[in-house]
Design a protein around this ligand. Structure first.
Ligand code: NAI
Ligand code: BGC
Length: 256
């Protein structure tokens, strides 16, 4: 097993890629904290935990808004209290909403940056302190192909994922000598709730599929496998970089 006994936290893990990652981590022997956002996601988060370990010893759900400093501090403290430390953090929580840049309300810009980028910063800052103290740890940030592919209508989202690229590289430099790795996993188009606006529209779905050499949306489990590897000792020499898992989307297949 790739993650036997590793003490892990996955943010936004009640659905999609986060949920699949929690399930994969559990199957790889990890202890898992399943973060969820609000009461609405609570039953799904609890179901993920029940699927991992009905006794509650190896998995528990914790509600926190990753953009809230106090809630993040409490969440990391809860993981350390429950598991005795934290070895792996997966900054997965993220949101997006299509709007032309010139029409974008400041609240919407702030909301996306707050969750996707500030949330990742707060979680890695608090978890990183424990990792440095124990001289071991891995931070995996869920980026996107949009850390390098511009996406009209999603300037806030692209700014958050582009920011995550240099956040990750900088943190990797700062913490490498202290035994902590930090890297990004960058998915392409994956079949999760964040993409319902495309998946529910046959024509839009077809257009996206045409941008993918492998001709299909990825499945959350295909990202979870990459995250499990990235978090494991098999990736011990990997830090400060981005692992792209996109069916070839970033080869720009429509460019001829
Ligand atoms: P999703 O919508 O199923 O998952 C996002 C999760 O983040 C949800 O569980 C949501 O409750 C949680 N969340 C939102 N705001 C939060 C907050 N303030 N605090 C804590 N949790 C919060 O969608 P998906 O696809 O699983 O997204 C996961 C990550 O993967 C996101 O960061 C997204 O940007 C990224 N991603 C997704 C791709 C896709 O095609 N599905 C492609 C590239 C990246
Ligand atoms: C977005 C998805 C999109 C994918 C490829 C991801 O970052 O969350 O909505 O399908 O990038 O464009």
């Amino acid at each position: 097993m790739l993650l036997e006994g590793r003490r892990t936290l996955i943010t936004g893990a009640s659905s999609g890629i986060g949920k699949a990652t929690a399930e994969r981590f559990g199957a790889e022997g990890a202890l898992v904290c399943v973060n969820y956002f609000s009461d609405k996601e609570k039953p799904d988060a609890q179901a993920v935990c029940a699927g991992l370990d009905p006794s509650g010893a190896r998995a528990f759900a914790f509600q926190a808004d990753v953009g809230d400093e106090q809630q993040v501090t409490a969440m990391i403290a809860a993981v350390v209290d429950r598991f005795g430390g934290i070895d792996v953090l997966v900054n997965n929580a993220g949101i997006e909403k299509q709007v032309a840049t010139l029409e974008m309300p400041l609240e919407m810009w702030n909301a996306v940056l707050r969750t996707n980028l500030t949330g990742a910063f707060l979680c890695l800052r608090e978890a990183g302190k424990h990792m440095v103290a124990q001289k071991r740890g891995v931070i995996v940030n869920m980026s996107s192909v949009h850390e390098f592919i511009p996406w009209p209508g999603f300037a806030h989202y692209c700014a958050s994922k582009g920011g995550m690229k240099l956040l990750t590289q900088t943190v990797a430099r700062e913490l490498a000598a202290q035994g902590v790795r930090c890297l990004n996993v960058a998915p392409g188009a994956i079949a999760t709730p964040i993409n319902d606006f495309v998946l529910d529209d046959a024509e839009a779905k077809h257009q996206v599929e045409e941008e993918i050499p492998l001709g299909r949306f990825g499945q959350p489990e295909e990202i979870a496998g990459a995250v499990a590897w990235a978090a494991s000792d098999q990736a011990a020499y990997v830090t400060g970089t981005t692992l792209v898992v996109d069916g070839g989307m970033s080869t720009y297949p429509r460019f001829i």
